[in-house]
Design a protein around this ligand. Structure first.
Ligand code: CIR
Length: 266
């Protein structure tokens, strides 16, 4: 592999109650929790093999969507902002993630009436793109801006349609390449200096990719889009999260990836 990444991946176990998860665009299908746990363990193993130290938040079997830790915080090198998720059922997930992050970052907390899901937030250099969605409102975006501009980040609201989160519609797969579903993202983001890989039309959910150094984790159910990524020179590893995808989760949702830094005073 050759890279020393020094990354931390915060994860949380699949909850026993996962079949009561929030659903927006998909019809409810039975989730095999045991299989979801195996897939999640393989995902964690892959992150560890790529050089991430896994920091596991305590299980919360009564919180159906707890595995999707991405939505509970926005983390940059200087600070972690604990969110107030847009779905009321998910707000109790946040405190325990804060307990896991406190050793790694100074913490801030979003307050009502603001709502933000981390899945709507893409940090790219000093730019922070935030999707306006059913989960993320303008009051939440304004609070994020207040917290982040202190550290010279520029918060840029983004409009998108049809997807649950911004990262369902677009992710950066290299410094200069974004992967997107053009039907869900009418305006391309100015990430990645203009190179674009579009998802295969038969794979609308394939824009969610998780970049770890020079490797991109990508849903195993999207082989046609993966071909496009490889053709663009992006090294991908397919990950089978088929059970978690029934809960509208993808590869980014199941972790918070942060650079390993010493804790800072709050
Ligand atoms: C929800 O609707 O909140 C969960 N069932 C799925 C969350 C997926 N998270 C993400 O895309 N960041």
């Amino acid at each position: 592999m050759g890279e020393t990444l020094n990354l931390v991946a915060v994860t949380r176990p699949v909850s026993l109650s996962m079949n009561a998860c929030e659903l927006t665009h998909l019809s409810r299908e039975m989730i095999d929790v045991s299989r979801a746990r195996d897939q999640h363990a393989a995902y964690e193993g892959l992150l560890a093999s790529l050089g991430c130290e896994i920091v596991r938040v305590a299980a919360a079997d009564e919180l159906p969507d707890a595995v999707f830790v991405e939505d509970t915080a926005v983390v940059v090198d200087e600070v972690a902002i604990l969110t107030r998720p847009g779905a009321g059922s998910r707000r109790k997930e946040v405190a325990a993630v804060g307990d896991a992050l406190v050793d790694h970052r100074a913490l801030r907390q979003l307050e009502a009436p603001g709502t933000v899901d981390g899945g709507d937030v893409i940090v790219h250099g000093r730019d922070v793109f935030v999707g306006r969605s059913a989960r993320t409102n303008d009051a939440g975006i304004a609070q994020l801006r207040d917290f982040l501009e202190e550290y010279a980040y520029v918060v840029r609201p983004v409009n998108f349609v049809g997807a649950l989160h911004l990262k369902t519609a677009v992710t950066a797969v290299a410094d200069d390449i974004q992967l997107l579903n053009p039907r869900w993202l009418p305006e391309k983001l100015p990430v990645a200096a203009g190179r674009v890989v579009e998802v295969h039309p038969d794979e609308p959910f394939a824009a969610n990719a998780l970049r770890i150094g020079n490797t991109v984790l990508h849903g195993a159910q999207f082989p046609r889009t993966r071909e496009r990524l490889e053709a663009a020179g992006v090294h991908t590893i397919p990950v089978d999260l088929s059970e978690l995808s029934k809960a509208e989760g993808g590869v980014t949702c199941c972790s918070l990836i942060l650079r390993a830094l010493q804790a800072r005073s709050s």
